[in-house]
Design a protein around this ligand. Structure first.
Ligand code: PLP
Length: 440
C-alpha cells in the first residue's frame, strides 16, 4: 500500500499540469464521438467561451447574492430565459448543480408542501419505472416513499397504473420528457390531469429534454406536450449542462408559482455565524457554473440552439434508422428524439457491447430488458457511418456464432441471473468501495 502523500515541496505548475494531462490518457475519447453518454459537446469555439466564462467567476460564491450581484443577475436571467422557453410565465426556480439536485429539490419541496398544505405526515410519490435514479435517491434522503409503477408496451408510463397508485398520502406524480432509458416522453397531459384531479403535485423531469424539445418543436417536430402549457404540471427540471450546453454543474428547477418554490428553501436563524439562508442542497455554489450557463444561453440564442437541435435530431434519425435496419436488432419503443436504446431477441446485446467497445465505442448497458443505449450530441455527427458499419459487422459476427472479445458481458450476465436485490446491492457497494480506493 502506497498511499499518495501531500508532496513535501510544491511542484512547479508545468509539472503538475503535464502529469494531469498524462493521467487522462485512458479517458473516454468523447470529442471523437465514440462515447454515447456523459459528455455534451458543442465544439471548440463554444467550449472556449464556457472555459473563459467559468474561469472568470471560478472563485465567486453564489451562496451570497448580496456579495455577488453579478451572479444573482446571471441566475435570475438564466431562470427567466429557461422559464420562458418552457412557457412558465409565472414560474420561478433556482439553479442547482445538476439534474439530480434539481430532482432532489423538487421532491423535497413536494414533501414540505404535502406536510404543510395537505397535512400528510408521511408523503409518497408515484414514479414510473423509467424515472431517473435521482428520484430514488431523493426518496432515500428525504424519507418519501416511492411507489413505482410499470411502463406500458410503448415504454411510457402506464396511466392506469399511476391512477391506481395515487392514494391519500400521495404528494407527487412524476413523468419524464424524455426518460433516459428509452427516450420516450411520458403522457404528461394525462399524468398532470390525474395529479390535478387528486389534488397532488406533478413534476416533469425534463433534465434531458428541457433544452432540446422546445427547439425540436420550433423546427416542426411533433413534440408531445410536456411543459407549463400543460395544466397540472407544477414543477420541471431542465439541465443546462446537458442540451443547454453549459459547463458541468448547472441545472434549473422551476415551479409554476413562487409559493411552491418557498417549500424548497432552507433557513436557519439561530446560528452564531449569522442568519443563514440557502436555496438548495449545497452551501457554497460555484460561481463559474452559474456564469458559464448565462454565457451559453446568451452566446447561442434561439438560432444557436435551433442549429444544434437540427443537427442532433438529424444525426439521431440516421442512427435510429441504421440500427433498426441491422439484422437482429430493434429499437425499444418508438423514440423520436436524441436518446434511445436497442435490444435483440436473437443476439446477446451485452456481447455486442463488448465487441463494439473493442472497436472503441462506449455504449451504456441497460437492463429490463437488456439493451445498449445512445445519447446523441453534435459530437456524433461524423460518427454515424463508422458506428453503423462496426455495428453491422459486430452483429453479423455474433450471429455467425463468433465469440465477442472479453468485456463486461459476463458480469452483466451474472448480475442479471441473481434474483435477490440485496445481493446485487452488496455487489454495487463493493464496486463503489473499490473504485474510491485510497490505496490505489
Ligand atoms: C441526467 C439526467 C438526470 C440527472 O442529472 P445529473 O445532472 O446527472 O444529476 C435526471 N433525469 C434525466 C432524465 C437525466 O437524463
Amino acid at each position: 500500500m502506497t498511499r499518495t502523500k501531500l508532496p513535501e515541496h510544491g511542484r512547479p505548475r508545468e509539472e503538475v499540469l503535464a502529469r494531469m494531462r498524462q493521467m487522462r490518457g485512458d479517458d473516454a475519447r468523447w470529442k471523437e464521438g465514440r462515447t454515447w453518454s456523459l459528455v455534451y459537446w458543442a465544439g471548440e469555439e463554444h467550449h472556449a467561451l464556457l472555459r473563459d466564462a467559468y474561469t472568470e467567476f471560478m472563485s465567486e460564491n453564489g451562496l451570497s447574492p448580496l456579495a455577488f450581484p453579478s451572479l444573482k443577475r446571471f441566475e435570475n436571467e438564466v431562470l427567466a430565459m429557461s422559464a420562458a422557453m418552457l412557457h412558465g410565465d409565472t414560474a420561478a426556480g433556482t439553479l442547482t448543480s445538476g439534474g439530480s439536485e434539481s430532482i432532489l429539490m423538487a421532491v423535497k419541496a413536494a414533501r414540505e408542501w404535502a406536510r404543510k398544505e395537505r397535512g400528510i405526515a408521511a408523503p409518497e410519490m408515484v414514479v414510473p419505472l423509467s424515472v431517473h435514479p435521482a428520484f430514488m435517491k431523493a426518496a432515500h434522503y428525504f424519507g418519501v416513499k416511492p411507489v413505482v409503477v410499470g411502463l406500458g408496451a410503448d415504454y411510457r408510463a402506464d396511466v392506469s397504473q399511476v391512477e391506481r397508485a395515487i392514494g391519500a398520502s400521495t404528494a407527487l406524480v412524476v413523468g419524464s420528457a424524455p426518460a433516459y432509458p428509452h427516450g420516450m416522453v411520458d403522457p404528461i397531459p394525462e399524468l398532470a390531469a390525474l395529479a390535478a384531479s387528486r389534488g397532488v403535485l406533478c413534476h416533469v423531469d425534463a433534465c434531458l429534454g428541457g433544452f432540446l424539445l422546445p427547439f425540436a418543436e420550433k423546427l416542426g417536430h411533433e413534440v408531445p406536450p410536456f411543459d407549463f402549457r400543460v395544466e397540472g404540471v407544477t414543477s420541471i427540471s431542465a439541465d443546462l449542462h446537458k442540451y443547454g450546453f453549459a459547463a458541468k454543474g448547472a441545472s434549473a428547477v422551476l415551479y409554476r408559482t413562487r409559493e411552491l418554490r418557498r417549500h424548497q428553501f432552507f433557513t436557519y436563524a439561530e446560528w452564531p455565524g449569522g442568519m443563514y439562508v440557502s436555496p438548495s442542497m449545497t452551501g457554497t455554489r460555484p460561481g463559474g457554473a452559474i456564469a458559464a450557463a448565462w454565457a451559453a444561453l446568451q452566446h447561442l440564442g434561439v438560432d444557436g440552439y435551433l442549429a444544434l437541435a437540427r443537427g442532433i435530431l438529424e444525426t439521431s434519425r440516421r442512427l435510429r434508422e441504421g440500427i433498426a435496419a441491422v439484422d437482429g436488432l430493434r429499437l425499444l419503443g418508438s423514440p423520436r428524439f436524441s436518446i434511445f436504446a436497442f435490444g435483440s431477441e436473437t443476439l446477446d446485446v451485452y456481447a455486442l457491447g463488448d465487441a463494439m467497445e473493442a472497436r472503441g465505442w462506449k455504449l451504456d448497458r441497460q437492463q429490463l430488458p437488456p439493451a445498449l443505449h445512445l445519447m446523441v450530441t453534435p459530437a456524433h455527427a461524423g460518427a454515424v457511418e463508422p458506428f453503423l458499419e462496426d455495428l453491422r459487422e459486430c452483429a453479423g459476427a455474433l450471429a455467425r456464432g463468433e465469440p465477442a472479445p472479453e468485456g463486461s458481458a459476463a458480469m452483466y450476465g451474472m448480475l442479471g441471473a441473481i434474483p435477490e436485490r440485496q445481493v446485487i446491492d452488496g455487489f454495487l457497494l463493493d464496486f463503489l468501495d473499490g473504485v474510491l480506493d485510497p490505496d490505489a
